[in-house]
Design a protein around this ligand. Structure first.
Ligand SMILES: CC(C)=CCC/C(C)=C/CC/C(C)=C/CC/C(C)=C/CC/C(C)=C/CC/C(C)=C/CC/C(C)=C/COP(=O)(O)OP(=O)(O)O
Ligand SMILES: O=P(O)(O)OC[C@@H](O)CO
Ligand SMILES: [Mg+2]
Length: 231
């Protein structure tokens, strides 16, 4: 299935331990994709390990690149984040420029999907690493969404609350101004109710940490998201 039609995503962090049984349940859950990614501790070894283990199942698998050293062939898609509200150009376009300078000749451009991130939880790891300015009004976030769609023409705008449940009003307001760019929501989904709530607003709902904290609850989010009607 094309990433534009994904409703539910499990984000599997290669830096975190997961048993074969748990991984099998995640892969066979009916989720639309396994997105392999994390902020830190992502290495070529742990990415190979996850790829080989997920590839035993038919679910699509994408790599969300957090450093060039851990990129390898064999994924269906490569998701490339740019943190639009980072205070440092490094996380918006400099690392990307370096990577393209080095690997531009061998890159398969059709497999790359650019994501415009807007990080809104000041305490999460990714906000700290990328020095994100999370002190934003609803209007600021809407402006980032419009920048992503109408100026940079990014296929994905990702509202990231990693580790905490987000503000529905902000997510709804962003959804209202987007047309072609898909809205990904991720952060703090721990219950079926939260999964349904965000699935009614966002195009795609990303479920991460609950996989490691409460697998049973994590698995329930798949049906919840897929059953929810997008407004
Ligand atoms: C073999 C082959 C296919 C070759 C391809 C060639 C190649 C190298 C292509 C790459 C092209 C390219 C443009 C790459 C970009 C390079 C790069 C390093 C960009 C920077 C990306 C970036 C902004 C990273 C910052 C961190 C980030 C946004 C990570 C995303 C994941 C995320 C938000 C995780 C959430 O946090 P988590 O880790 O889960 O937090 P907890 O542990 O607290 O839960
Ligand atoms: O881990 P959680 O809080 O579910 O967030 C999911 C994802 O948006 C992280 O990048
Ligand atoms: Mg995580």
């Amino acid at each position: 299935m094309d990433y534009k039609n994904w409703r539910h995503v499990f984000k599997v962090d290669p830096a975190k331990e997961i048993s074969d049984e748990a991984l099998e349940q995640i892969c066979e859950s009916g989720t639309d994709v396994i997105l392999v990614g994390g902020t830190d501790g992502v290495t070529i070894d742990n990415v190979i390990d996850i790829l080989l283990r997920v590839r035993r199942f038919s679910v699509p698998v994408a790599l969300e690149i957090s450093n060039v050293e851990s990129v390898l062939a064999g994924f269906d898609y490569y998701f490339i984040p740019s943190v639009l509200n980072s205070r440092e150009t490094k996380w918006v376009k400099d690392l990307h420029h370096e990577a393209i300078k080095e690997y531009g000749d061998i890159m398969v451009w059709d497999e790359l999907v650019a994501e415009g991130y807007c990080i809104l939880n000041p305490d999460c790891k990714v906000a700290q690493v990328t020095n994100a300015d999370t002190d934003l009004t609803k209007e600021d976030v809407i402006a980032y969404a419009r920048l992503a769609e109408n100026y940079f023409k990014l296929p994905i705008f990702y509202i990231e609350y990693s580790g905490t449940y987000g503000d529905q009003e902000i997510v709804s307001s962003v959804k209202e101004v987007l047309n072609d760019t898909k809205l990904f929501y991720g952060g703090g989904i721990t219950t079926v109710e939260q999964a349904v709530e965000m699935a009614r607003i966002a195009d795609t709902v990303v479920v991460g940490n609950i996989i490691y904290d409460d697998l049973k609850q994590a698995l329930k989010t798949v049906k919840a998201v897929k059953g929810a009607l997008n407004k």
